[in-house]
Design a protein around this ligand. Structure first.
Ligand SMILES: [Ca+2]
Ligand SMILES: [Ca+2]
Length: 454
């Protein structure tokens, strides 16, 4: 066992070998949940996903501790971590080796999925729900923690209020008495939920319109990665095969489009056989407490003056942008140092310019982001032109917090704008973001600051 750091930041991560006896397990054939307890055995978190490490056959799995969880060290520096492993068992009773889905972890899916790939949209349309392949390399989704493995699918509500699903059919004759099982990790954000059988992982047999099968509902609301299992014993055999569906009805996402209402799914399993649960011995883990962040110190002093762009892509070091082409470092105007960041949006595409700050942010603290803004002529603001401070939805507690300050059309001459947030829960990451949607014009920003003021 070792402790390491993964993904795009420095959130503490514990890495475990996944062993059955002396054999390391292949994560592609099982799902791992962790249950976390204090040293007295009191449960602190029930169910936290195990993040598969590449290569999966290496049998290593990561457990990411979030936000105030790392402060459990204060409880006595020792946590008890109990893995629960969901293992597919084939009809002979042996651990299963055959995954029926051609790409259950969505690693090679093209966008939009096509029937040629054997994963398709109901009705062949993408207008009802938007399915997008994402992964940790996509900076835009860095408000989400790691996927279960590699890429995941994000489902957001579209424009038509009809049912949609991701599905894969396995053709061939099904036999009465055979059991098929499936499973999938899912994670919801502001999901309204829906009636049984419309917001679920499901198995259907025979002619799918007549629907012999079973399903397990997804949760509603906002919920962290959860593993959903489903099994079904065939009672009507036939030549129509069997289908595994992830049903995501438009109303279940609360209607309307928007990243704030979405379902993520990853690592789907489908096989002939049943699920078994394997529980290795709990492990004792020593956790170090997080470092507190000092008041009144600019946490982004090293990158807030926009002086360096090492790779010459237009985006200053330490920042992420959805549109590098409209920005560049400029030495003609500056408020601090010798350069500022010139941004000239054309109204095409949304600009999200962002940096993430990681640390020990406590409930009750007041945090502020600020920068200086200059322009020579009024700009057209478009629908959104804001400076925002926000938290990670799933960081410690589930609720996301955001505060945005509208920016003016100008012209202004290095006016200071700020956005501040009183934290309602302990957090491990805060985000500074300039957002411009439909904005047209030219402006400069400098002296970005990120400060704990209370
Ligand atoms: Ca995946
Ligand atoms: Ca500067």
């Amino acid at each position: 066992m070792s402790t390491t750091f993964i993904w795009d930041g420095d959130t503490p991560v514990l890495r475990f070998p996944l062993k059955d006896g002396t054999t390391l397990k292949d994560n592609s054939l099982c799902a791992v949940e962790f249950h976390i307890m204090d040293k007295k055995g009191t449960t602190l978190v029930a169910r936290r996903p195990g993040i598969a490490v590449s290569p999966r056959a290496g049998g290593m799995v990561d457990l990411m501790l979030q936000g105030d969880e790392t402060d459990w060290a204060g409880l006595g520096t020792t946590l008890i971590v109990k893995p629960i492993i969901h293992v597919p068992i084939d009809p002979t009773g042996a651990p299963h080796t055959a995954q029926l889905l051609s790409d259950g972890s969505f690693e090679n899916l093209v966008v939009p999925p096509s029937s040629g790939y054997n994963v398709w949209f109901h009705g062949g349309s993408t207008s009802n729900c938007f399915y997008t392949r994402y992964g940790p390399e996509n900076g835009l989704v860095d408000t989400a923690p790691p996927s279960i493995y590699g890429h995941y699918i994000q489902v957001t509500a579209g424009t038509n209020a009809t049912n949609e699903y991701l599905a894969q059919s396995i053709l061939g004759t099904t036999v009465v008495g055979h059991v098929y099982s499936g499973g999938v990790w899912a994670r919801g954000e502001n999901c309204q939920g829906a009636p049984d059988n419309t917001w679920c992982a499901a198995i259907y047999m025979g002619a799918y319109a007549t629907l012999e099968g079973s399903y397990t509902n997804f949760d509603s609301g906002t919920f962290n990665w959860t593993f959903y299992r489903v099994s079904h014993r065939v009672t009507i055999g036939g030549a129509d095969g069997v289908q595994f569906q992830l049903r995501t009805m438009y109303p279940a996402l609360g209607g309307g489009s928007g990243a704030m209402k979405r379902l993520l799914v990853d690592d789907a399993y489908f096989f002939r056989g049943t699920w078994a649960t394997y529980t290795p011995e709990p492990m004792r883990v020593v956790v170090k407490p997080r470092r507190r962040t000092t008041k009144w110190v600019n946490q982004i002093a090293a990158i807030g003056s926009f002086e360096v762009d090492s790779n010459g892509d237009g985006v200053p070091d330490g920042w992420y942008s959805t549109n590098a082409r409209i920005m560049s470092l400029d030495s003609k105007y500056f408020y601090t140092g010798s350069k500022s960041l010139k941004i000239a949006p054309t109204g095409v595409g949304a600009l999200y310019f962002r940096t993430a700050i990681r640390g020990a942010f406590k409930a009750g603290e007041l945090w502020e982001v600020s920068f200086r803004l200059k322009n020579l002529a009024p700009i057209s603001r478009g629908s959104v032109f804001t400076l925002s401070l926000f938290t990670n939805t799933f960081d410690s507690s589930l609720g996301k917090q955001t505060y945005s300050t509208s920016l003016p059309p100008g012209p202004v001459n290095w006016s200071r704008y700020s956005a501040s947030l009183l934290l309602a829960a302990d957090r491990a990451v805060l985000y500074f973001e300039l957002r411009a949607i439909g904005t047209v014009g030219t402006f400069w920003i400098d002296d970005a600051q990120f400060t704990r003021v209370m």
